[in-house]
Design a protein around this ligand. Sequence first.
Ligand SMILES: [Zn+2]
Length: 353
Amino acid sequence: MKILGNIDFLTEDNTNQSNIKLLSKIIESDNISHAYLFYGNNMELLFRLALAFAASINCPDNGCGSCLICRNTGKGVYPNILIVEPEGNILRIEEIARLQKFVNLSSYNPGKKICIIKESELMNQEAANRLLKTLEDPPDTDSIFILLTEDISIMLPTVISRCLVYSWNFKFNENVRGKDDFEVMDKYLDEGIKTIITLQGSSTGVSAASIDLTLKLIEILKKMEAGVKADLEKEFGEVKKSDFEKSDINKYIEILKSKHKRKINKFHNLGISRVFDIISAWLEDILAVKLGAGKKSLNFLKNYSYISENVKNVKIDKIFKLMGVIEGNRNYLNYSINSELALDNIFLQFQNI
Ligand SMILES: [Zn+2]
C-alpha cells in the first residue's frame, strides 16, 4: 500500500477519496503541476498530508513509505524540501525571498524541490505578490509549491487561481479540544433531526423542534468557544506576569490578541461546519434510502432502519432543495459569522421537507 492511500487521519468520504485517487494518478503518470493549495480545518494534519504527497512525488516507488526519501520527507528533513511558515501573525516577504532562493539553487539530490507554505493565508500583500510572480513564472519544472490554509476565504483570489485546490476532511482525534462537546453536539443533532423527521406533517411541531435544536446547538457552540477563550486568557496571564519591558509585553499582547481572534474564529467555523456536515450526511442518507440504495451506501449505517421506516412521505425534490440551502449557507459563513441566522435558516427549511 502506498503512503497516500494509507493516511489514517482522513475521513472516508467521497471528497477525500477522489482527492487521493487524483493525486496518486498524477504521481504515477508523472504529470505533476507546480502549485497546489490544500485546505482543511487542521494545519498540523494538512502539513502531514503535504509531506506524504511530497514523499510520494520524490520516492522512486511513488511513496513506498519505507525508503530513505519517504522517511526523511515524512519528518520534514529531506534537503529537497523547504518549509515556510509565518512568524507570529504574518508571513513576511523575507520568507518568500528565502523560498525563491531555494528554488533557484540547483539541487544536489535527485527529484523535485518542494516548498510547503504553512498558514499561507497569513502572507501580507507584499509577500503574496512576490510569491505570485514565482507561481506565474516558476524557475523550472522541478519546483513544486504546496500552500496550506485553514481559511481559504481570506486568501488572495489571484494566488488561489494559480493553484490546484484540494479540500480535505479530517477525523477528530483524541487531542482535539472540545471533543466531549462535539460529542454532545452530535447527540443533539441525531435526536433533533430524528424528531423533525418523525413530526413531518405537523408544521407547528417541526417548527418547535427546529427552534429547540437550533438553541441547543448555539448553546453548545458558545460553551465550546468559551472554553477556547479561557485557555487563551491563561496565556495572557502568563505574559503579563513576565518581567520583560512593559512596552515589549504590550506589543506581544497585541500580537497574541489577533492570534486569539483567528483561533476563536477558526474554532467557531469548525463547529458550524460540523453541524452542516452532519445535516448533509443525513440528507444524503435519506435520499439514498428513498432511491432504494442498500444499507452499505449510507454515511450513518445505524440510521438505515430508522430512515426506511420514517421517510415515506419525504419528497426527493425537497431534499435537493435543502442540500442547496446548506451549501449556500456554508459559503455565506465564509464571509459572515452570523451562525445563528444560518442555523435558523436551515432548520426552518426542514418544515418544507
Ligand atoms: Zn519511498
